[in-house]
Design a protein around this ligand. Structure first.
Ligand code: AMP
Length: 266
């Protein structure tokens, strides 16, 4: 039995940062990289299933990213993943969540896992889309925002709890293979021991090309994406104002502000 865990090396902003010259992303010099927090929980959930199973379970961490993402994969290996796969090609640059999902779906077709875990969202881009898009491309059942899971390896279904609005829970039985997006708090992720970190450093990261996955440059990057970032910017702050005075003074001021916004003379 196999569990494929999609993990992303996310970027957190340094205190002072600038936007890249093309205006579409943060200047990489100001980014601190780490494993996406949600993915830490989904990896732990997969390792927990492995540890409590009677039959062998293989946990595979997969990422789509440059060699900088190896660090996130090594963290997964140190925390109990058996294998780590990284997919990259320069053509992948600029991929939207659908294009990333196309790659993850191709890895899933190759590896044939029983379960595919993704995080509910990535902390840097918050698309909250990649896992579900992967399920759609695979035509597999899916459940989003899973905060409790019971699965016995070999079983045809898994039982899970989803977190809904206002603390309401949804208990769902789902056929495997399935894609689950895992919510924070589903478990307590372990810390990797120094020994396991050292062992993980010596383990290989399997590199997969688009070719090996039956994909071409046209399937990924901006060519294979249905959306693209046009601009990233910091909205100007301090535009709120308190209008004081009598009702008629307030109404006059409000009307003047609306005229200003419409570009009409005061
Ligand atoms: P997002 O849709 O970007 O909010 O990310 C949700 C989840 O999709 C993450 O928690 C990961 O499990 C997965 N994911 C997103 N981007 C990647 C990537 N580049 N490589 C592997 N998994 C990813």
């Amino acid at each position: 039995m196999k569990i494929l865990v999609a993990v992303k090396q996310v970027a957190a902003l340094d205190e002072d940062f600038t936007i890249r010259a093309d205006g579409r992303d943060i200047n990489p010099d100001f980014l601190i990289r780490d494993l996406n927090e949600w993915d830490d929980f989904s990896l732990e959930e997969a390792v927990k299933i492995k540890e409590s199973a009677a039959a062998p379970v293989e946990v595979i961490a997969v990422t789509v990213g440059t060699d900088a993402a190896d660090e996130a994969l090594r963290k997964c290996l140190a925390k109990g993943a058996d294998r780590a796969i990284r997919v990259w090609d320069d053509a992948v640059e600029g991929s939207d969540p659908i294009a990333i999902a196309r790659i993850l779906a191709a890895v899933a077709r190759k590896e044939q896992p029983d379960l595919l875990f993704a995080g509910v969202q990535s902390s840097d881009q918050s698309f909250a889309a990649t896992g579900i898009a992967t399920a759609a491309l695979l035509d597999w059942p899916h459940a989003a925002v899973v905060n409790q899971l019971t699965y016995t390896p070999g079983a045809k279904t898994a039982l899970l709890r989803r977190e809904l609005e206002a603390g309401v829970a949804h208990v769902v039985q789902i056929q495997v293979p399935a894609v689950l997006t895992i919510q924070l708090g589903i478990n307590t992720p372990r810390y990797a021991s120094l020994r396991s970190i050292k062992q993980a450093a010596a383990k290989p990261v399997e590199l997969l090309t688009l070719d090996a996955l039956g994909l071409s440059a046209a399937d990924v990057g901006e060519a294979g994406s249905l959306s693209r970032v046009r601009r990233m910017y910091m909205p100007t702050k301090g535009r709120a104002q308190l209008i004081e005075g009598s009702s008629s003074e307030q109404a006059q001021r409000l009307a003047a502000i609306i005229r200003e916004f419409k570009g009409e003379a005061a």
